[in-house]
Design a protein around this ligand. Structure first.
Ligand SMILES: Cc1cc2nc3c(=O)[nH]c(=O)nc-3n(C[C@H](O)[C@H](O)[C@H](O)COP(=O)(O)OP(=O)(O)OC[C@H]3O[C@@H](n4cnc5c(N)ncnc54)[C@H](O)[C@@H]3O)c2cc1C
Length: 410
């Protein structure tokens, strides 16, 4: 939805106060920490805390790249690889990491981690910047560097909690030589792809962008709810994982005394984590990493037409969106890092019904915001009208009214 001349946003605080911040951290990377830093707010989401005057030039960049202001798919509609629901697709396959440990520990089939290992070992990148646990606090997630296979394995797995992986990207790049691959949520990737147009050095050195399908970021408080349901005290937890160690694997807290408590994926995601998603995710036009070179997802089996979460060896969906992504995927297959078999765009509709429904819902939700005089980000090149029309009028009205009631109930 295009905004005409509007006053939104005048300051970083406008993006936050209108609940449109995705928490990616890019604004905090662009200006010194003394001026903007990312902090968890009381609702359990990372938000920029502005402590000084943001220089005019920095604000001009932030305003042009922030996913709370703009998300743009620049691939032309004449691009034969562009699917209007699922974005640019050169290759689509499902498969798994050939290394058993990677496949076992990773979130789905470990394809994402296997691609990162391939990129490092084939020396196409010198390091990888991605999110993981650093230090002894198992709940502290920050972006850092992986140099080798062991580091990648330590970072494998989905964290259903807020992360701001762009917060320290520029500082990492300033203190490290060489080229890197970056892994982030779709909103992180959309922001970074746009930012690269403003910063040729980063564009030259961050050579591959990898993402995963994302249904939304749960609040940190949802993780505390999960611990409560697991009957575990936060301070007693030594390690924690949301899933992995099998597919989908269980949310598991391992305590210092060796005891552990687990919950299956269907319950942890469906009953706890997805109950506290950030608002920006409800109007996300790109939960599928359209701006990435490569994107991974769960390739659920769909026996009755819907995803089946029964435990089994992990299988990832992998999509190469750019020529670069395609060449990396093909070389990783030839190099025996991953094993894949072809799948189709049609199968995505069954495997990822939530992503399909959300794409169809976004225009109605944005219109409810506009009618309620709430600012909306600019979403360009994402075929929101075409998708809304496919959803039908009843679905549209339900989505419109749901959002209208939600934002006008206070
Ligand atoms: C919040 C969230 C929502 C998701 N929603 C969906 C969905 O709707 N549909 C779907 O198919 N898949 C979804 N996934 C992705 C899915 O869980 C797997 O990540 C994906 O299938 C890739 O699996 P893999 O085994 O190839 O990845 P792995 O080899 O396990 O690698 C995962 C990579 O993701 C990075 N990572 C993990 N958590 C985060 C995070 N919070 N922020 C930034 N980077 C992170 C890690 O650093 C690692 O590099 C979601 C993941 C998250 C974190």
């Amino acid at each position: 939805m295009n905004s005409k001349k509007s006053t939104y946003p005048i300051h970083i605080e406008d993006i936050v106060s209108n609940d449109l911040c995705a928490g990616c951290g890019l604004c905090a990377s662009v200006v010194p920490e003394e001026i903007v830093s990312m902090e968890l707010n009381s609702e359990g989401f990372y938000r920029p805390k502005v402590k000084g005057t943001v220089p005019h030039e920095a604000w001009a960049v932030i305003k042009d790249v922030c996913p709370g202001v703009i998300v743009e798919q620049e691939s032309s509609s004449h691009n034969s690889h562009l699917n209007h629901v699922w974005g640019p697709i050169i290759d689509i396959a499902k498969g798994f990491a050939n290394n058993e440990a990677v496949r076992w520990q990773a979130s789905s089939g470990g394809v994402l981690s296997a691609l990162l290992i391939f990129l490092l070992e084939s020396k196409q990148v010198d390091f990888v910047v991605h999110v993981g646990v650093r230090g002894v606090d198992p709940f502290s997630l920050t972006a850092g560097i992986s140099w080798n296979r062991d580091d990648i394995l330590r970072h494998a797995g989905s964290r259903y909690a807020p992360t701001a992986p762009l917060e320290n990207l520029l500082s990492i790049m300033a203190h490290t030589d060489g080229k890197c691959a970056f892994v982030g949520k779709p909103c992180d990737i959309a922001a970074l792809r746009r930012y690269m147009k403003h910063d040729p050095e980063i564009a030259n050195r961050v050579v591959v962008l990898i993402s995963f399908f994302c249904a939304g970021i749960p609040s940190q408080n949802a993780t505390w709810d999960l611990l409560h349901r697991l009957k575990v005290e936060k301070s007693t937890v030594k390690t924690f994982r949301y899933r992995g160690y099998g597919w989908p694997g269980q949310a598991t807290a391992v305590c210092h005394d060796g005891s552990q408590s687990s919950m299956d994926y269907n319950s942890s995601w469906g009953q706890v984590l997805n109950q506290k998603l950030q608002f920006r995710c409800k109007i996300c036009p790109d939960g599928i990493g359209e701006m990435a070179d490569l994107v991974c997802a769960d390739a659920w089996d769909t026996p009755g037409g819907y995803p089946d979460f029964a435990e089994r060896p992990g299988i990832s969906m992998v999509i190469a969106r750019t020529k670069l992504g395609s060449s990396i995927l093909r070389a990783a297959i030839n190099g025996k890092y991953v094993t894949t078999e072809p799948t189709s765009i049609e199968s995505l509709n069954k495997i990822q019904p939530y992503q399909l429904a959300r794409k169809r819902a976004i225009l109605a939700r944005l219109m409810a915001m506009r009618v309620s005089r709430r600012p909306t980000p600019v979403f360009r090149g994402l075929y929101l009208l075409e998708n809304a029309l496919k959803g039908g009028i009843i679905f549209f009205l339900r989505q419109f009214l749901g959002m209208y009631r939600r934002i006008n109930r206070n």
